[in-house]
Design a binder for this molecule. Structure first.
Ligand code: DGL
Length: 245
């Protein structure tokens, strides 16, 4: 099986990392729209247009399945993307919600959703969690972490200061939904900030759980063939990939 992974930039490599660890696929084609990242502050129509343009990129490859690693794209563009492709396009929000549900936390435990402005404004995570009965949800737009990760900055003073900026007023959560593919790359720094108390819900691990539940996939012996493409500065993206993967 040959799959595509699409993200607005480098963050989707966190999903690729989980996919490589489980090794279900022969080939993974990664495309990061680094020329136009971030998607998070953009309007719904722009996010949908960019996502449909990304489909044109994947038309160059004969893929069987496309994973939109980007939560922002998953929040807005899945119906249009599925309508315009002849392979299934999966997002990461439903898998993320399923992963939280599988962690068996009590419904009144404090859940923090961190995501881009667009994802938070879509209320996709919040509504799904409310429908499942979760009653203590904090949702925060934390888009400043995106450029830090794109710069390859995953820890240190800047990351810590950004955490102080966003989190100084909230109580320590029991679970954090990393509602943006860039955030697993600052996962260690987050755990340190919250003294290793919360569990982290990670789009990459969530999509692996989702694939295992919905598809009949076998772990392969040989390593998957990974090809990385970007709309700008491919060398920069490959450098982050070398470091992160
Ligand atoms: N990768 C995007 C997401 O998961 C965040 C980065 C962006 O704003 O483009 O939401």
């Amino acid at each position: 099986m040959k799959i595509g992974v699409f993200d607005s930039g480098a963050g989707g490599l966190s999903v690729v990392k989980s996919l490589l660890a489980h090794n279900f696929f022969d080939e993974i084609i990664y495309y990061g729209d680094t020329a136009r990242v971030p998607y998070g502050p953009k309007d719904k129509n722009t996010i949908i247009r960019y996502s449909l343009e990304a489909l044109e990129f994947f038309n160059n490859f004969d893929i069987d399945l496309l994973i939109t690693a980007c939560n922002t794209v998953s929040a807005y563009a899945l119906p249009d993307m599925n309508a315009q492709s002849n392979y299934p396009v999966l997002g990461v929000i439903e898998p993320g919600v399923m992963a939280l549900e599988n962690s068996n936390l009590a419904k009144d435990e404090h859940i923090l959703i961190m995501a881009t402005r667009a994802t938070i404004n879509s209320r996709r995570y919040q509504s799904a969690l409310e429908d499942l009965g979760y009653s203590n949800i904090t949702s925060l737009q934390t888009g400043l972490f995106v450029p830090l990760v794109e710069e390859g900055i995953f820890s240190g003073e800047l990351v810590r200061a950004t955490m102080e900026h966003y989190f100084s007023d909230i109580e320590t959560p029991k679970a954090i939904i990393l509602g943006c593919t860039h955030f697993p790359l600052i996962g260690d720094a987050l755990l340190e900030y919250f003294e290793h108390k919360p569990i982290l819900i990670h789009s990459g691990e969530a999509i692996v759980e989702y694939l295992e539940a919905h598809y009949d996939l076998q772990k392969r012996e040989e390593e998957a063939n990974l090809k990385i493409f970007a709309s700008d500065n491919v060398a920069g993206l490959r450098k982050i990939a070398d470091r992160w993967l």
